[in-house]
Design a protein around this ligand. Sequence first.
Ligand code: NAP
Length: 314
Amino acid sequence: MSNNELYDVIIVGGGPAGLTAGMYAMRAALKTVLIERGIFGGQVAITKEVENYPGFIEIGGFELCEKFLQHAKSYDLEIIEKEVVATEPGVAYHSIRLADGTVLHAHAVILAAGGTAKKLNTPGELENFGKGVSYCATCDGFFFRGKTVAVVGGGDTALEDALYLAKITKKVYLIHRRDAFRGSRILQQRVFAEPRIEIIYNAVVATINSDAGGVNGISLKDTQTGESRDLDTEGVFIFVGFAPNNQLVPAGVKLNTTGYVITDEKCETSIAGIFAVGDLRQKYANQIVLAAADGCTAALAAAHYVETRKAVSA
Ligand code: NAP
């Protein structure tokens, strides 16, 4: 089923980058549609508090995403809530194929599919997902009120979520494979000051142990001495990084060795008229403000691209 309407821009993904692109594309009077398969806001929507988005000293992640969505909708941005299964580059236009078989066409495509939490790939992890293993403290922390949990990782997400979990659980083991955290200094200071967090450096999770009731412990291996140690815990929260959702990036678009899309300063990929923004794109840091900035850049660049295409074909 092909929709013969030709859009100026199709945006795939409704996180901060995609919604900002939607706002800017509408302000540039482009015929635009944004497609999102799940919750608007992406990773930010499942973040409890955001403290570093300019203009908001502190705001809930979900609330901030709602503001992005309302702002984009205020320009009458067309939104389709369906799954995209493929991006098909073309000469006259690019196409986006939906899971229901519909194919949409546009001069420009902005890919804003974000990323997903990485797995540890440790024995017991997949089997116990939802039975003690979690990748989202704000979604699942509630189930561990008054219990002992382990947090794995040393980046901003691990530190931030360990602090969040320390407020609702009895104790948090924070397990990091090195002896220094990667996360920001301000979060480190808060973690060091939190009596309910016990930091275990130089350790990796060898197995996640369970019984019929779900997770009941983890076995750690010391990366310096090789010694093993068991810990009793009912929850394991894994925050070991992030992988870009690059499944919809078409062949021919250049990726770096870790799967992020390589773009130029306009967020344009190696295929003209296909842009990549936010956590999908290779850049110095992944922050909400940078995702929003990418959305702005790509929409402005797409506007210029669409104008040029129309002028050529006129
Ligand atoms: P990240 O910064 O990539 O950190 C991942 C952590 O997991 C690192 O400490 C890494 O250890 C550890 N790790 C990776 N693989 C591991 C494994 N197999 N076993 C054990 N540990 C492993 O990921 P993130 O914390 O999800 O953050 C992603 C991006 O979002 C970052 O740019 C971050 O700044 C940003 N972010 C920002 C905020 C904020 O500003 N409020 C909040 C959340 C996230 P090593 O350090 O040894 O590599």
